[in-house]
Design a protein around this ligand. Structure first.
Ligand SMILES: Nc1ncnc2c1ncn2[C@@H]1O[C@H](COP(=O)(O)OP(=O)(O)OP(=O)(O)O)[C@@H](O)[C@H]1O
Ligand SMILES: Nc1ncnc2c1ncn2[C@@H]1O[C@H](COP(=O)(O)OP(=O)(O)OP(=O)(O)O)[C@@H](O)[C@H]1O
Ligand SMILES: [Mg+2]
Ligand SMILES: [Mg+2]
Lengths: 257, 257
């Protein structure tokens, strides 16, 4: 069966896209079939896998029920990694969707044909940094959520916001939504602040905190300019190693795996 | 007269809130009267100046025309710095506003009594990282926009998106919207990537790039946990120095100053 995982944190710049792209590539490396859907009008995930932004290529038309989402799937240079890209027009869909009756279920309806076809082991949703309609749609669709978090004070504040949202979504429409895990990104173990935040997150979340920590690494922030995941841009780097470990840990957490 | 400046960049985590709070505090230090409005449901600016999040305290009710925005203004521990705080409910207003006819002018209408009273030299709008309705309202209201940008590849990609949006807003409803300037944040001059991005931004934007660059400094990311701007948390720090210089450079750019 196909598991839908949202990469979500309304706090901006915490490594959602970097984690979505490199986790997807690392899962594909372990022979999983992965579909990455870019739900952010910034289309960072789209360019990070080397695809161009094209008008009409995003999930927008499928969200409005005007096209079958399966026709929007594109292959990438990474074997077993497919993508539904994004484009700037996706920003306009929030107003169009807000006026529909079932505006929180558009994405789930759009993805139903893909999920039922059961060709993918994982569908990863790269979410925009917001509490808007696309973000909420992703939480209504996902089976579980991976929350990337930077070890900084403002990011910690955001975590409590994220948890309240998840409770609301569980109560309102997606009772099965689980927290797959929280992953520390851009971690620099030399600073006190990072250590304090990591300790605080561990105290509150225990096992839900992935043991794998993603270190701050300039190679990770260079890879998107080459349109490649870190596992191809710099195969032996700390970043590639960390995301491979994260993929392994995530697979180990799947029940019955 | 009162100048309204939006701190905006749809890219997340680039230093919008850090710049809004510390620029506001530095302008207040130079005896300007400043109102900071937190338009982000995450309410990072609110906690960075030491205020609590309170239900019903945000601009939400004024956006729907249910209350006078002047009644929402709160003083802070910093002389001459006032704030309209944010709260999580603000996220809900996007759906409510989307269904109104003049949904892009709600903020301008809400702030009209404050702007006409002309008690503030500057109104700074801390924007959420998104292309949603609150963000667009800020661009329809602002006289000018300060764009904080991190010297990273994905942030550079976002800049071209930001410029297209500004063109659209100028054409659609706010012809006077100017770019006050672009400011490099979290700058680490030791990395090639940072130098390349800075050179690229300078090539395309010339004078619109502020000469003042904000260095990466752990003290800046610690200050919000103490609820104080950097100019009070660590008076002599690199971060405080940089934001004071930015305030001075911004004031120097005002016509007829
Ligand atoms: N481990 C890391 N080490 C160094 N840089 C990183 C790392 N992870 C991400 N970055 C860089 O930090 C910036 C923010 O990361 P990214 O864009 O993935 O975050 P995001 O949460 O998706 O942002 P947004 O909220 O805008 O969607 C990017 O420029 C990225 O290249
Ligand atoms: N110059 C700096 N040096 C070090 N850390 C910084 C600096 N500026 C900002 N930070 C930290 O980087 C993170 C992102 O900054 P900030 O929250 O101001 O960005 P933002 O653009 O407002 O984010 P969002 O898109 O979520 O609104 C925060 O944890 C902040 O404390
Ligand atoms: Mg992203
Ligand atoms: Mg912010």
């Amino acid at each position: 069966s196909t598991k839908v995982i949202a990469l979500a944190n309304q706090k901006g710049g915490v490594g959602k896209t970097t984690t979505a792209v490199n986790l997807a590539a690392s899962l594909a490396e372990r022979r999983k079939n992965v579909l990455l859907i870019d739900l952010d009008p910034q289309a960072n995930a789209t360019s990070s896998v080397g695809l161009e932004k094209e008008d009409g290529a995003s999930i927008y038309a499928a969200l409005l029920g005007e096209t079958d989402a399966r026709t929007l799937i594109k292959p990438t240079a990474t074997k077993r990694l497919h993508v539904i890209p994004s484009e700037l027009d996706l920003a306009g869909c929030e107003v169009a969707i807000a006026r529909m009756d079932n505006y929180l279920h558009c994405l789930k309806n759009a993805l139903r044909p893909i999920v039922e076809q059961d060709e993918y082991d994982f569908i990863l949703l790269d979410c925009p940094p917001s509490l808007g309609i696309l973000f909420m749609n992703a939480l209504y669709t996902a089976d579980s959520i991976v929350i990337p978090i930077q070890a900084e004070y403002l990011a910690l504040e955001g975590l409590s916001v994220m948890l309240r949202i998840i409770e609301q979504v569980r109560a309102a429409g997606n009772p099965g939504l689980q927290i797959e895990g929280i992953v520390l990104t851009m971690y620099d173990s030399r600073t006190n602040l990072a250590q304090q935040v990591a300790a605080e997150v561990h105290k509150h979340f225990g096992d839900r905190l992935f043991k794998t920590v993603i270190p701050r690494s300039i190679r990770l922030s260079e890879a998107p300019s080459h349109g490649k995941p870190i596992t191809e841009y710099d195969v032996q780097s700390k970043g590639a190693e960390a995301y491979r470990l994260l993929a392994k840990e995530l697979l180990g957490r799947q029940t019955g795996s």
